[in-house]
Design a protein around this ligand. Sequence first.
Ligand code: BLA
Length: 507
Amino acid sequence: MPRFGQADLSNCEREQIHLAGSIQPHGALLVIDEADLRIVQASANAATFLGLAPGLLGRSLEALPGDIAQCVRPHLHQPLHNSRTVLRCRIGAAGAPHDALLHRAPGGGLVIELERTGPVVDLAAPVEAALHGILDAHSLRALAEETTRIFRELTGYDRVMVYRFDDEGHGEIFSEHRRPDLETYLGNRYPATDIPQIARRLYERSRVRVLVDADYVPVPLEPRLSPFTSDELDMSLCFLRSMSPIHVQYMKNMGVSATLVASLMVGGRLWGLIACHHYTPRHPHIEIRTACALLAEAVSTRIAALEGFLNAQSELSVRRLEQRMIEAISREGDWRIALFDGTQALLQPVGASGAALLFEGHVLTAGEVPGTQDLRELGHWLDGRRTGPVIATTSLGAEAPAFAPLTPIASGVLATAVSTTPGEYLVWFRPERVRTVTWGGDPNKAVVVGDDPASLSPRSSFARWHQVVEGTSDAWSPADLTAARLIGESITDVVLQFRSVRMLIAQ
Ligand code: BLA
């Protein structure tokens, strides 16, 4: 496994970013032994930061000028609120106000991170207004737009994006608020590998991270190894943690100097990120970071509520469809009218762009679908794969090369049998997703996707995403599969009744 800073593009997925062994230089870090308050590990800049002569190791926190020991003492051996505690203290001979951020390293040692206190800001009113804006948003799109607006106003960064992950971890810039002269990244997509799994797990625990100046020189910890574990200090919860050099290079290639990124956790998983970029160095103080963490939490809660509502709506539309089929039989004698009298009723419950019904030798369609002959052949292919209530693929062309020409409109296929007769299906389609992407500039211009971090950029990321997802559609979610199954079951019931009535009449 590559150590921190040793990764290249071939193995960066496994870089040990939480074992950074160094910090960003806008603060200083001390590790103390709670038993005797001795400093056992410190960032190389700590003595200078505190206005002291070199040689902090082994000294007692009590001996430092200022009130830091007094501030820390009540927290010794006590559980820390939310794993981390923020104290305001005066340190150094000049007694300058500082924020001291406390947490316990997983392997032992009380970590104290020191940053100069920021200017006094009263965030109560803007945070309250922001919370109202978040709670009032009635769609995911409106919520994401409100979020980028709020975060830009609160933090002052040049660009704020809501970066949303799909079920496979690929990312999309879902909303954006930016300085008007900047080019837009809205709608762009990036491969899952741009944010390695190790980083995603870290972001579930450490909800707001900052890069203060991409041109920084990392400050090493001394000694490098923790005396508690004889191993690297686990810096997962450190605010000052050095960021992966590959990622910092990526930011530099984009011209970005500073970032603040907050996690959006929904239902226990990382749903997305709120990513703020600035084109000059920027140090957001702890009050702003705490406000961002709080607002990100509110946004996450709202996303969970809106997604729950969407799922409930989808269930409701399946029931409505069933109702309309029954009405259509009694009115027109044909249940199929209910499915095809408007395209949305059939497409919306599973988020498809086209659908086809293969029934009693007839083919009825809605939206964008393959030609009739292809649909009939697809029916035969589905017969060979009929093991459960639904059949789903996101890469039809790869699974059945004969259908490769259908890739642009039918990479994604979701089918449910509508009777026990072979070849009788309701089939939904989704297009190849690369088609649906927009890119500022010439989309056909070749982009080099090399092995050199110097080549990393949103443009090359997009090209890599393109390679990864070529020939595939957006994934069918568990809710889509459920909706398809329920619709299939309703139709099967209706067909059974329909056929038995027909047999009675024929007798
Ligand atoms: C981290 N990469 C990230 C993060 C983002 C991106 C948002 C999280 C940063 C944070 O939370 O502070 C990716 N950011 C983007 C993209 C855009 C953007 C795509 O603004 C486009 C607009 N990165 C790569 C590759 C590797 C890589 C190929 O592109 C190697 C596999 C690594 N990305 C990488 C690492 C981190 C990261 C190691 C963790 C950084 C850290 O927290 O130390």
